[in-house]
Design a protein around this ligand. Sequence first.
Ligand code: TMP
Length: 219
Amino acid sequence: MTTMSLFITLEGGEGCGKSAQARILSKRLAQLAIPFLLTQEPGGTALGARLRRWLKWTQNETFSPLSELLLFNAARAQLVTEVIQPGLDSGNIVICDRYTDSTIAYQGYGRGLESALVKTINDAATGGLKPDLTVLLDLPAEEGLARKKARRRDRFEHESIAFHRRVRQGYLKLASAEPERWLVIDATQSKDKIAQIIWHKVSQLLASRGKTEFKAAEA
Ligand code: TMP
């Protein structure tokens, strides 16, 4: 791995704005000619795209929490092998819209699966690969769901408000247990303000990895 590679994940509940922030961050890196890959979970590979459709849009059929856990991790195993690990190995910044913390928050805290089981399966899928930075866009569950109102709701957006509150609390617990990895941002702030906070952190990380050209570009 070169010194430049950095693995950044974005997390949060429904409607928190993480996908928009992933795009803004990518654009900034592109402008500075810093090599990066932007991907998402579930998805990012042919298998992942199929599993994404199943997991989000299956109707009139209930998945057991364990099946759901395994399906998300099947998509993840493929993504790590095919995209994330090779991307990092060749010195890219890899930005992933959701990763293992989503499974702990949704299948663990949301569905009620034991955290230890979720972590074991997550680790099997990733080979233990952890993000260098995880950004949590934190938002009250009601507010995030309200942002989605106008659009067609998927299987998770149809879950109860209690489910989404558990997901939020789960994320906050994860973040406070590992503060050195997490950057928690109040996602009620403007898109520009959030982008600025994320960039501040990412640029610090890049500078600390000794990317001198990057420092010059910023000066
Ligand atoms: P999104 O990409 O639009 O956020 O949709 C992905 C949905 O899948 C979202 O509701 C969160 C959910 N999810 C899980 O329940 N577990 C997981 O491990 C992942 C990656 C996503």
